[in-house]
Design a protein around this ligand. Structure first.
Ligand code: THU
Length: 130
């Protein structure tokens, strides 16, 4: 799967986000070590802290499908028409870290509307890992 196809998967699942409180849709798509693709969107709750981020949903889908490693994760945020920059939140950086290595790529849109690729070390330097 190409980066463009992975980005499309993230944009497509973003449309299914349940986010009546923030109205900020996020979709995430992962390619795992077996070349399988897993997607997830944010799922909010009236009890706000219980909401799930898209990255957490996609990681849960990967684990449930037998994947153990993130090769590439694409994150798409924004409304239904425009994809906006949505770098993973702090908690999701640690979640991605759990299943990544120094070759893992995290793809997001930047403020100029271009898709940018980050490494884990760029997003979460000197991270904690057992
Ligand atoms: N959100 C994500 O899904 N991923 C992130 O990395 C940042 C934030 C969601 C959480 C909430 O539903 C909405 O975006 C606004 O914060």
């Amino acid at each position: 799967m190409t980066d463009e196809e992975l980005l499309d998967a993230a944009r497509t699942v973003r449309e299914l986000a349940y986010c009546p409180y923030s109205e900020f849709r996020v979709g995430a798509a992962i390619i795992d070590e077996n070349d399988n693709v897993h997607v997830g969107c944010n799922v909010e709750n009236a009890a706000y802290p219980l909401g799930n981020c898209a990255e957490a949903s996609a990681i849960a889908a990967m684990i449930a499908a037998g994947g153990q490693h993130i090769v590439t994760i694409a994150v798409a945020g924004g409304g239904s028409d425009t994809t906006r920059a949505c770098t993973p939140c702090g908690g999701c950086r640690q979640r991605i870290r759990e299943f990544s290595d120094d070759r893992t790529r995290i793809i997001v849109k930047d403020d100029d509307g271009e898709w940018r690729t980050f490494t884990m070390e760029e997003l979460l330097p000197s991270s904690f890992h057992l």
